[in-house]
Design a protein around this ligand. Sequence first.
Ligand code: ZN
Ligand code: ZN
Length: 161
Amino acid sequence: MCEQRDKFISEKLSLMEERCRRNKLSLTVQRRAILENLASRSDHPTADQIYAAIQGKITGISRTTVYRVLETFVQLGLAQKISNPEAKARFDADTRRHHHAICVNCEEVIDVHAPDLDSIAIPDVGQAFQVTDYSVNFTGICRNCLAKGGAAHITERGVVS
Ligand SMILES: [Zn+2]
Ligand SMILES: [Zn+2]
């Protein structure tokens, strides 16, 4: 697992070098540190969480820089942003199609790999919109929160509150 993670990080970093070169972006220490941190974790951090993790290591880095760099990574296809309208944007270095389960209590996000969900037919959403991608978000209660007694009650719509 650890070796796999190391391999993933180094592949990500070389992909970044290539994408930066192609887009004539300089390969800054900040960009490298931010991608390295994002690729090393699987908790789908917010920009603030990445900032907190690297702030002591990279001198003079600002929160704004972290936000901006993460947006650049999304544009370069190095990371994806998990959309959850109710919460802060979360970032994921894994850009392959996969899905997420989100805890409504603590906002933990875990990966869901389910081949059945990877090939669903895109419904007709009308002429005014062209679907380019999708992912499925499941909401519920994570194991930690369940263990702490943060038990769920499931409403009629299946929404846990
Ligand atoms: Zn939780
Ligand atoms: Zn993910």
